[in-house]
Design a protein around this ligand. Sequence first.
Ligand SMILES: [Zn+2]
Length: 207
Amino acid sequence: MATPYGHGLAGGILYFLLNRKLPEGRGWGYFFLYAGVAASADLDLFLDLWTGETGRFHHGISHSLGAAALVGFLAAGTARIMGWRPARAFGIGFLLYASHVLLDTMTVDTKPPLGLQALWPLTDAFTLSPVPLFLDVWRWPFSPEMVRHNALTVLMETLILAPPFIHLFYARRRGEAFSRTRVLGVGVWVVPVVVGFILTGSILKGR
Ligand SMILES: [Zn+2]
């Protein structure tokens, strides 16, 4: 799994992609709602904690496109009550949650079963990218090594996700449409990802 910070950054990127302007005043609440929904799949860790069975629920069907569709339907239902467009709310809810599934599929995993049931309910199989982009989070036991590793994980997430986040933030602040930001955007998105693959690969080799 990536950190809640990394998932939140991905949610922020989606906010900038799906909304044409920066939020103002109380509108920032929606921005943080996007970040929260993008990070929310890891609430399944509390189910593990509650049942005392580590890994029983985490990375199961809670981390799947089926769960993303469920979140989309919840968003659409809420939108209907609030008088917003249900189809757009479905799309936003689905994409935010699916971004979590995508990031975790691209993250180092060392605890079997490796990966997540990303394609549930189509298949129960566990999916994991053979070439990881993000580093994993060590949760236990607490040690200076764990702190060092998790700090490196956050640093790598910043390296990969902050450039497109900052680029889109300033583009939206200037009121630019997405099409006008696309040319510079290619470099801002592609270069950090390529560097991320290389660095994560070399960090894993050095272990
Ligand atoms: Zn996760």
